[in-house]
Design a protein around this ligand. Structure first.
Ligand SMILES: [Fe+2]
Ligand SMILES: [Fe+2]
Length: 317
């Protein structure tokens, strides 16, 4: 006898409604994406206000593109950023009715902190041609930015996933963001910095950027987590006030080309010899990838929908 699982079918609207509640999407006008979406799409004359869902253009989170036909959601593909080359990959592998879940509604080039490597362009628009093909294929896109950094009702979040990965316990937080905070202060069982680094398993991450205190053999118990963030002294320095010994973040270095990036980088270079903390950079997108795997698991368990998180093949780009 073939066992029939009790499979509920969700249309994109019914699923999006559940996601809006889980991620508390309508409590916030995204403080970052409400600036970055116009910043990247206006200069290329892309009419994002009419191309993206009306509610998305209000909150800058939630359902961004809706498949025209009312099909049950097939498979969910999860990405940190909607980078063109990854969308090309999803376009190839997906079927009509599938959904893309992403943390950011844009592309990102954070640059490579290694000596002599190219600096990144920062946030950039998705190629409009690719957006058109996504619509034509009947895929939907749902994005969730600041509310995911603050953490969801069931405890899904960019911070929560890293906390779980290193076996930490949150004791404080700072940097107010959406309905919560973007940076967390945690305790970990006594271990060396090197041992902590070994717990940070990001698929395909070929380089970890270590700045500040380079004594990796010392024992520590207090860690700050700022997923996706860093890249400037403002985000990182307040961690010192909590007695933090190690900061795990996206960018321990700033490698965004341009006047602002150079200024942030200069301030960071001056900060490294002054701080007792070790700063660990996992790349912007890499530090925000573990939550994609956790949400994929949640989609499968809670909704019985097939889901797959896709890591970048090169995080430092
Ligand atoms: Fe984030
Ligand atoms: Fe981010």
């Amino acid at each position: 006898m073939i066992e029939q699982k009790d499979m509920k079918e969700y249309t994109i609207e019914t699923l999006a409604e559940k996601l809006d509640t889980e991620f508390r999407v309508k409590e916030t006008v995204d403080p970052a994406m409400s600036r970055f979406v116009p910043m990247v799409y206006d200069p290329i004359d892309y009419d994002w206000k009419s191309e993206f869902e009306p509610e998305f253009t209000q909150y800058f989170n939630g359902l961004m593109i809706t498949a025209e036909e009312d099909l049950p959601v097939g498979k969910i593909w999860l990405l940190s950023f909607l980078n063109d080359y990854m969308l090309e990959d999803v376009l190839e592998k997906s079927s009509k009715g599938d959904m893309i879940f992403a943390h950011h509604p844009v592309q990102m080039e954070c640059g490579d902190p290694r000596e002599g490597k190219e600096w990144g362009k920062g946030f950039i628009p998705i190629n409009p041609e690719i957006i058109k093909r996504i619509k034509e294929k009947g895929l939907s896109i749902y994005t969730c930015h600041a509310p995911l950094d603050a953490g969801s009702i069931s405890g899904l979040g960019t911070n929560e996933s890293l906390i779980k990965m290193i076996g930490a316990k949150q004791i404080d937080q700072y940097m107010e963001y959406a309905h919560g905070y973007a940076a967390r202060i945690c305790e970990v069982p006594k271990q060396t910095v090197q041992e902590l680094i070994e717990r940070l398993e990001i698929p395909n991450l070929d380089y970890i950027d270590i700045k500040g205190n380079k004594d990796l053999d010392r024992e520590i118990t207090k860690v700050a987590i700022i997923p996706g963030g860093g890249g400037n002294v403002r985000d990182i320095q307040p961690a010192e006030g909590f007695g933090t010994e190690v900061v795990i973040t996206g960018q321990a270095t700033c490698r965004i080309a341009g006047e602002r990036g150079e200024r942030e980088n200069k301030a960071l270079q001056e900060f490294y010899p002054q701080t007792k903390m070790t700063l660990i950079g996992l790349s912007h997108a890499g530090s925000e990838y573990p939550v994609m795997e956790d949400i994929a698991k949640w989609f499968k368990e809670k909704f019985q929908i097939e889901a797959e998180a896709i890591p970048e093949n090169s995080w430092w780009r």
